[in-house]
Design a protein around this ligand. Structure first.
Ligand code: ADP
Ligand code: ZN
Length: 554
């Protein structure tokens, strides 16, 4: 598909320069364009910032007829339209919350013989919930004016993805109605199972798949223990590494955003917060200030970031545990779009896991706006969604707990990509600090920990279990007379980090389960450890647990 000998090659090159102002094509852009213009169904996996828009906007410009683009968010659509109009490419959009007369105006134009639009953007709801639009598309089709159908952010189709949007599942109707119109599905995030879902739900036929490495060599990844001094640490980190540079700090709750922002302001940083409960005008104002460098730092929930095109974001900090590796990868991906070195720092502690888990189960967590169709009433199977979310979170915990393997490798494995960690060139914390590691069989320790949870009646938190296991005589231990339990002190030879890593691994493996007890007024939650009898038998049936530990730390 990379050939320069297609009939449209010359025209593409000219327009890429003249209209879009690009000197050349980025990896896979030419290939994708050639495949879709040849009439194939095409599935594109391209990292954020890779230049997906050009792969349909340029064909839309040079092909006869109209390109239909399905995109999940009105705000994203508006950005795109504005950009296209600036380039003098006629484009329009339809959305449910638009004035009726305005919609009629656009539909009338679609029906006219000399329809001026090259691109028509719609939200998925428009396709799935309105026959009216489909009728107009049929009309275009009959007149041979429906050039191509583009599904942007195609991973929203999949329940396994992190931005599931039920309306996307109804988009299969497009291929049924227009079997010969080429479909181009685009996403920046897809594991193998997500890809299968997308291909199936959209009914893509013999589709050509383009995927490129999701590795971002200019991003430096690290996971840092989150302590009570976290805000001081963040201030210090920014001051020492990115003073007066631009960055995003992702926080879990709205309250966290405001707290982190005000704290950093007091430390002299130009900083603001951004979250879902602010009114749209306020949000737009903050985003604009940030885009124009009037402020450097935005403390935001995941509501912030979609469609953000700022090239010089020098750091993305996660103040709390992200919900999934896919989400994490995408949030980090907003840094360093200009290719310059940028930092991605995640502040991790295990208690955040319990907090996030609780919020997920309560449906209290702020979603990326792409997933805004997600709510309990229209869930196909809320139970399985909750399970997927919990599992995604678990993988994230396992990523953070791992202090041996290359961070890039851990992320890329998740996307089904092979990666040789020697090519990380020590640009992640684990590659940087580790010169060697040892593998240790921790099965016996694991068994003891499970036993201890049972001996104490499955009523205590993980940190309490660790204290007893390592032989503490703290007040809490004595109050419960746990210094008399037979396994008290059985793990006193272990370091605190080592013991907690093993315990947390048992949670990740679902052998122990954190049961969230209650959340108090301030949103902090407590939880107790229970034993999952279904899984624990594996442990006693000869299944070994091997973990890697650093042997030389620089
Ligand atoms: P994605 O949708 O994959 O995240 P975009 O389509 O928004 O990425 O493109 C990201 C940025 O890269 C945009 O600013 C766009 O103008 C720029 N871009 C895209 N293709 C090229 C190219 N061939 N040459 C130079 N810049 C490009
Ligand atoms: Zn590495």
């Amino acid at each position: 598909w990379s050939s320069h000998d297609f009939p449209w090659t010359k025209e593409l090159e000219v327009n890429n320069k003249k209209v879009f102002g690009n000197h050349s094509f980025r990896p896979n852009q030419r290939e994708v364009i050639n495949a879709t213009m040849s009439g194939c169904d095409v599935f594109v996996l391209m990292p954020t910032g890779g230049g997906k828009s050009l792969t349909y906007q340029l064909p839309a410009l040079v092909c006869h007829g109209i390109t239909l683009v399905i995109s999940p968010l009105v705000s994203l659509i508006q950005d795109q339209i504005m950009h296209l109009l600036q380039l003098n490419i006629p484009a329009a959009y339809l959305s449910a919350n638009m004035e009726w007369t305005e919609q009629q105006e656009i539909l009338r134009e679609l029906n006219s013989d000399y329809c001026k639009y090259k691109l028509l953007y719609v939200t998925p709801e428009k396709v799935v919930k309105s026959d009216n639009l489909l009728r107009h598309l049929e009309n275009l089709h009959v007149r041979e004016l429906l050039a191509r159908i583009v599904i942007d952010e195609a991973h929203c189709v999949s329940q396994w993805g992190h931005d599931f949007r039920p309306d996307y599942q109804g988009l299969g109707i497009l291929k049924q109605k227009f079997p010969n119109t080429p479909v181009l599905a685009l996403t920046a995030t897809a594991t193998a199972s997500v890809k299968e879902d997308v291909v199936q739900a959209l009914g893509l036929v013999n589709c050509v798949v383009f995927r490129q490495s999701f590795n971002r060599p200019n991003l430096w990844y690290s996971v840092v223990p989150k302590t009570k001094k976290c805000l001081e640490d963040i201030d210090k980190f920014i001051r020492e590494n990115h003073f007066d540079e631009c960055g995003i700090i992702y926080c879990l709750s709205r309250m966290d955003c405001e707290k982190v922002a005000s704290n950093l302001q007091e430390c002299g940083h130009k900083c603001a917060f951004y979250h879902g409960t602010m009114d749209p005008a306020q949000r737009a104002f903050v985003q604009k200030q940030w885009s124009k460098d009037e402020i450097n730092i935005i403390c935001a929930t995941v509501a912030f970031g979609m469609g953000i095109n700022k090239p010089d974001v020098r750091f993305v900090i996660h103040h709390s545990l992200p919900k999934s590796i896919e989400g994490y990868h995408q949030e980090c991906g907003r840094a360093g779009r200009d290719g310059q070195r940028s930092s991605c720092v995640l502040y991790y502690n295990y208690s955040d896991y319990i907090r996030v888990k609780h919020m997920i189960s309560q449906g209290a967590i702020e979603q990326s706006p792409m997933a805004s169709g997600y709510n309990r009433s229209n869930m196909i199977n809320p139970g399985s969604i909750l399970e997927t979310n919990t599992e995604n979170l678990m993988r994230m915990v396992s990523y953070c707990e791992n202090d041996v393997d290359c961070r890039r490798l851990l992320q890329l494995v998740h996307f089904g990509e092979k990666f040789n960690s020697s090519t990380c060139h020590k640009t992640c914390d684990n590659c940087l600090k580790i010169t060697n590691f040892i593998e240790k069989d921790v099965t016996d320790i694991a068994k003891q920990l499970v036993e201890l949870v049972k001996l104490t009646g499955q009523r205590f938190s993980s940190s309490h279990i660790l204290e007893v296991y390592r032989g503490s005589f703290s007040q809490m231990v004595k109050k419960n007379r746990h210094e008399t339990v037979s396994l008290h002190g059985a793990g006193k030879h272990l370091g605190k980090g080592e013991a907690s890593r093993i315990l947390h691994h048992l949670v990740v493996e679902d052998i122990l389960v954190e049961e969230v007890k209650k959340s108090d007024y301030y949103g902090s939650v407590s939880s107790i450890l229970k034993v999952n009898e279904l899984k624990v038998c594996n442990l006693f049936a000869g299944h070994r647990i091997i973990l890697r530990f650093p042997s030389t730390v620089k």
